[in-house]
Design a binder for this molecule. Structure first.
Ligand code: XIL
Length: 343
């Protein structure tokens, strides 16, 4: 079979995967599969504050550079993820944000200026803000209570997008979130809130181009084609695109028959991806990894990443989760065929 990047390219669609520089080291299977299958890469952690900003005075691109170099060698584009998020920052950053709005704004300005300056030749597409909408189960507010919100105030998102556009007017700027995929009360409300957020941004003339649907699908949560279609159409009606940014399948239990699990995961992935693609407004599909060998689902089976330091997801070898299109020995799984059929 031709690789996924080729199948996706037939309909003008980039297919991407999340990677970390160290996965390429000493693992020829990973490098070969990533080079062959993907036309786009996104660093799983190397463009987050935690990696880029070990100290306030330091911008560290050493984990990103090998990824952009690999991408250049294999004719792949790179997405950036993410300029404002409540998680994956060092203690110094949380402390600085506690010092008030002036400090918070200055921090964001400097970060966006330096990071977009450095990555301009290689990264043309950014998740500017990630997971800023509040979770309906613990808040009735639109925005999540985060260090950024507490520091700068509710316009911190507008500010981030404006700074990014100012720095480089030709970048694609995306708002990325989870919880917009399933047929649950939680997702119903999350979809309403994400829409309210981006509609507000459009009304205020904030420069935003796309909404990212993370697509961490839950194997046993039903998914509603009708609701997802309706949501995506509402996004498109605001003259925005959508991107599937972090597709994988989170399983509530991993003990039962792998073949049955794989079949079920493939079914969900096919339904979701083909529903989104049928709207005609999806500009890329990315999985949060390429093979089960490295996945955050192996160590962090929840949708909500831990606050603060990144966990160890991705470092566990041969774990029991099966969230991605290739197994831990780089053999195609039913999810691979589901994507091929959806493209
Ligand atoms: C995750 C990484 O996969 C982990 O390795 C890390 O420990 C925490 O972050 N939504 C996102 C991603 O937007 O940034 C998260 O990535 C997964 C959920």
């Amino acid at each position: 079979a031709p690789p996924l990047r080729e199948i996706a390219a037939r309909r003008g669609l980039p297919f991407g995967v999340a990677v970390q520089a160290d996965w390429f080291e000493g693992d020829p299977g990973f490098a070969a599969t990533t080079a062959r299958e993907a036309s786009m890469l996104v660093p799983e952690g190397s463009t987050k504050w935690y990696d880029l900003r070990p100290f306030e005075s330091v911008f560290d691109f050493s984990e990103l550079d090998p990824i952009t170099q690999f991408a250049a060698r294999h004719n792949q584009t790179v997405r950036g993820h993410t300029l404002v998020w409540h998680a994956a920052m060092r203690k110094w950053t949380y402390d600085a944000l506690n010092e008030g709005p002036r400090r918070g704004r200055a921090l964001l300005e400097t970060h966006i200026d330096r990071v977009l300056g450095y990555t301009a030749p290689t990264i043309r597409d950014w998740d500017v803000a990630n997971e800023a909408v509040a979770d309906p189960w613990n808040s009735s507010e639109l925005l999540k209570d985060t260090p950024w919100l507490r520091s700068i105030g509710p316009d911190y998102l507008d500010l981030a997008f404006r700074l990014a556009r100012q720095k480089d007017p030709t970048l694609t700027l995306t708002y990325n979130d989870y919880g917009c995929e399933h047929d649950t009360d939680f997702d119903d409300e999350k979809r309403r809130r994400v829409l309210a957020l981006v509609r507000g941004m459009r009304d205020r003339n904030v420069p935003i181009d796309a909404v990212g649907l993370q697509g961490h699908l839950h194997r046993d949560n039903s998914f509603s084609a009708r609701k997802v279609t309706e949501f995506v159409r509402s996004v498109l009606a605001l003259d925005l695109k959508v991107i599937i940014t972090e597709l994988d399948v989170i399983e509530p239990e991993t003990q039962s028959d792998p073949a049955a699990r794989d079949a079920k995961c493939a079914e969900i992935v096919h339904a979701f991806v083909s529903t989104v693609l049928e709207t005609g407004g999806c500009t890329a599909v990315l999985c949060w990894g390429v093979s089960d060998q490295y996945s955050w689902a192996n160590t962090q089976p929840s949708l909500t990443p831990a606050e603060g330091a990144p966990g160890t997801a991705g470092s566990k070898v041969g774990g029991p989760a099966r969230p991605l299109p290739f197994d831990d020995r780089y053999r195609r799984k039913p999810m691979w065929y589901a994507l091929a059929r959806a493209f």
